[in-house]
Design a protein around this ligand. Structure first.
Ligand code: AMP
Ligand code: MG
Length: 401
């Protein structure tokens, strides 16, 4: 049986990044950049004032003090968006506002609170030393034209979006979202909203898996439920082949009605089946034509865990995303946890106590217990073995939401 890392590697080997598409800046949040972006201009594009005040010639006020004040005549104004072109003459100042260009010839700004202004505003009196360049934001001091501002593979956050906009990019090249087909298999399944007969249950997995795929950056489509018969399953898989990735749930175990594996073998190629983990052991992966298919077990908890561990990283790779697909960190367990012969992923809630992460298992961990994941924050990784991890043990956890 494969270890989790081996299985993930085998899956990712068969996953390719998708081509780019162009989206408007306003629609780009959360998308992955498909090319490098460089600064198109210097930022700031011109020397400008960082304060509301007066532009002066620093050399004229270098020795200003309360005992020997310097006066300057205010001969013009530079406001953001409307610069002055007046040339300086001796002992003059320009009224200036934050972000406005420094008028040619002036070499410093004095904040307005540091000067005395004549009642008619025609002159100012300076009583403190002014140094060259004071309160001037220099051209290119933020970023020089040609600098890499956003690398290919980066996910667009509100802050990266700011940088892209600051360089005038309206349309952004991002990786196309993977189109993911979600297929729930099971003759007992009924869609939410319909009445239930005895022996039936609602198809809950498909909605969770679609949401997880969307959170990972994909566009998910839930296909109609496939009954546990070969014809129905083959028809669904046939239909799903035009998607970039197929995620199925159920039918991958060893029961007589578990037909996904044989269907993959019939239509394409089964690359792996069964991973040394708990829950989620019977997970399968293969290809139908060029389309990868991840067959997740039907138990909702197993479905959630295997989707997080295998499907989400696959979507990430399709997006060409350069950031780690999983956030892994250390946390203390608040209960004793016994090891098992398989690597366990314990569903936990996360709290912070005195700045340290603590994780608490969410009740009984059987893989059919939907309430063990309803409020899940993380999966705690408990390595295989026969020992016991006492309360307080530091373990690795994977963020689940
Ligand atoms: P299977 O992997 O098909 O043997 O299913 C294992 C368990 O998960 C069974 O109890 C199924 O009824 C349940 N199950 C399978 N698919 C779903 C689904 N889409 N939604 C909720 N439960 C499911
Ligand atoms: Mg089933």
């Amino acid at each position: 049986m494969l270890q989790v890392e081996e299985a993930l590697q085998a899956i990712l080997e068969d996953i390719r990044a998708l081509p780019p598409e162009s989206v408007h800046l306003a629609d780009s949040l959360g998308r992955t950049l498909a090319e490098d972006y460089f600064a198109q201009t210097d930022l700031p594009p011109f020397d400008n004032s960082s304060m509301d005040g007066y532009a002066v010639v620093a050399a004229e006020c270098a020795t200003a003090s309360a005992k020997s004040p310097v006066s300057a005549v205010v001969i013009g104004e530079s406001a953001a968006g409307s610069a002055t072109t007046i040339q300086p003459s001796a002992f003059t100042a320009i009224r200036i506002f934050t972000g406005a260009p420094i008028p040619p010839g002036y070499t410093a700004v004095i904040p307005q609170e540091n000067v005395t202004v004549a009642t008619d505003r025609s002159a100012i009196v300076i009583q403190t030393q002014v140094s060259e360049g004071a309160y001037i934001r220099r051209k290119a001091s933020d970023v020089a034209a040609g600098t890499l501002i956003a690398p290919k593979g980066a996910v667009i956050t509100p802050f990266l979006l700011l940088a892209l906009a600051a360089h005038g990019n309206a349309m952004i090249q991002v990786t196309r979202k993977p189109a993911v087909a979600i297929i729930a298999t099971g003759s007992e399944l009924v869609e939410p909203g319909q009445p239930l007969q005895f022996g039936q249950i609602y198809n809950s997995n498909a909605y969770m898996l679609a949401a997880m795929a969307q959170s990972a950056g994909a566009e998910a489509t839930i296909l109609p439920i496939a009954q546990d018969n070969e014809e129905d399953i083959l028809r669904r898989l046939e239909e799903a082949q035009r998607y970039d990735l197929i995620i199925s749930s159920g039918g991958v175990s060893v029961g007589d009605h578990d037909l996904i594996k044989s269907a993959i073998e019939k239509m394409g190629q089964l690359k792996l089946w069964r991973v040394n983990m708990k829950p989620g052991k019977p997970v399968a992966f293969g290809k139908i034509g060029a389309t990868p298919i991840i067959g997740l077990p039907g138990n909702p908890v197993s479905s959630a865990v295997t989707c997080l561990l295998f499907a989400a990283p696959a979507i990430h790779k399709m997006l060409g995303c350069s950031e780690a697909s999983q956030e892994i960190f250390s946390a203390h367990i608040t209960e004793t946890i016994a090891q098992s012969d398989r690597r366990s992923y314990i569903r936990c809630a996360l709290t912070h106590i005195d700045g340290e992460a603590h994780v608490t298992p969410l009740g009984l961990q059987d893989s059919h217990r939907t309430m063990s994941i309803a409020f899940m924050d993380v999966l705690a990784i408990i390595p295989e073995g026969s020992g016991v991890f006492p309360t307080g043990t530091l373990v690795q956890v994977i963020r689940a939401r």
